[in-house]
Design a binder for this molecule. Structure first.
Ligand code: SF4
Length: 387
């Protein structure tokens, strides 16, 4: 019976000018109080599980779901005290009765705040996967992004992760930054692989309202970075990664076989997961719930959650289509029918027909997938069919 837990650590050393995630600068005192509040929430889950109140439908939904996962995301989980972070992982493992030997436990980190001593503390506590916000190895691109680290610190962070015993290391790269080039991005990807990363996540720069980047670029970002250039970066770097054995297994993720993120795959498969921390979203017993984006209120009352929606069968089918179409695996008729009792064509016949006609998806061997490059580039149009 696999369990999956997301823990949100909403602290960053500084706010990057393009970031719209829930995170902010803080002080060690607040961070410590916050981590203790997370421990309180973990203890609450322990009580519920002890009383048989936490259902686990995942095995029924996906018989291959056998690995427990814990994911500390942010924000920047490498900012607060590492010993307290390690203690929180131990409390979570204990609360959920997780098999420490075969779990996947990921911590996100940033080059600027990751030290060898912190990385060793995480590793000793049981984290066995680290995801580092590298973004670029080009000093000008990092400067445009307002990141605190330079290329040397980025490379050092990967060495630190390796030297402290991490073998499962993921790095984020960002595409579509003003003045970034396709060649530069491919060079960065190659260097990261040479340094020993085992997973790459690729994200396009997105200029969101309310961020300093929005005030700077607004809607003019498309004039500054031609969208077709961003698409070229994306496709060329994916093609390059493939030549190095890193296969794209989801719209934004590439890795060698066996190094895919197990935790992230639970979201795409529509499986259930618990959520700890301010701003964290969870999905249990068909209910989507969240904690408010408010650190102080969370510290006061870590058990308060808001129910966002209860998913009925139709909503689950739609979500499954939308999320599994993100993956290279796509939607298999058989898997869908095992889960929902009917094949996707019986439920979404018109939508699937129209997407096939427009060349956005393809059908092959009882499975539908996004086409490349058209379906990948217009993925949001595909997903809209299932909203
Ligand atoms: S480090 Fe990440 S989460 Fe923090 S402000 Fe920058 S982009 Fe946002």
């Amino acid at each position: 019976m696999a369990r999956h837990i997301y823990v949100h650590i909403p602290f960053c050393e500084a706010k990057c000018p393009y970031c719209s995630f829930f995170s902010r600068r803080s002080s060690p005192d607040i961070e410590n109080e916050y981590l203790h509040a997370c421990m309180k929430e973990a203890a609450f889950y322990k009580e519920r599980i002890g009383n048989g109140l936490l259902p686990d439908n995942n095995l029924k939904l996906d018989p291959t779901d056998r690995t427990d996962t814990v994911y500390f995301g942010g924000g920047t989980p490498s900012v607060p005290d590492a010993f307290l972070t390690a203690e929180l992982l131990e409390r979570v493992i204990d609360a959920f009765g997780i098999g420490k030997e075969d779990m996947e436990a990921t911590i996100e980190a940033n080059p600027h705040s990751l030290t060898l001593s912190k990385a060793k503390t995480y590793r000793n506590a049981g984290f066995n996967r680290i995801s580092i916000g590298i973004q670029s190895l080009d000093k000008d691109v990092l400067k445009t992004l307002g990141r605190l680290h330079d290329p040397k610190a980025a490379e050092d962070a990967i060495r630190i992760a390796r030297d402290s015993g991490f073998r499962n290391i993921s790095a984020d790269l960002i595409t579509g930054v003003p003045a970034q080039t396709v060649e530069g991005l491919i060079k960065d990807a190659g260097r990261l692989l040479d340094l020993g990363v085992s997973h790459i996540s690729l994200y396009a720069l997105s200029v969101e309202e309310g961020t300093p980047f929005y005030s700077r670029y607004g809607d003019a970002i498309d004039d500054i970075v031609d969208p077709s250039l961003e698409r070229k970066m994306y496709h060329d770097v994916r093609a390059y990664l493939k030549t190095r054995g890193f296969c794209p297994y989801e719209i934004s993720n590439c890795s060698p076989k066996g190094r895919e993120s197990i935790h992230n795959s639970i979201y795409w498969k529509g499986l259930e997961y618990a959520a700890i921390g301010a701003g964290a979203h969870g999905f249990l017993d068909s209910v989507r719930f969240c904690h408010d984006d408010d650190i102080e209120s969370y510290i006061q009352d870590p058990l308060s959650v808001t129910v966002e929606e209860t998913l009925d069968e139709k909503a689950k089918q739609k979500e499954y289509m939308m999320l599994m179409l993100r993956t290279s695996e796509g939607v298999a008729d058989k898997a869908f029918a095992e889960r929902f009792g009917r094949e996707p064509g019986e439920v979404f016949g018109d939508g699937i027909g129209s997407l096939l006609e427009r060349g956005l998806i393809e059908k092959d061997g009882g499975r539908i997938r996004l086409t490349s490059p058209k379906g990948l580039d217009l993925a949001n149009e595909v997903f809209r069919e299932f909203v």
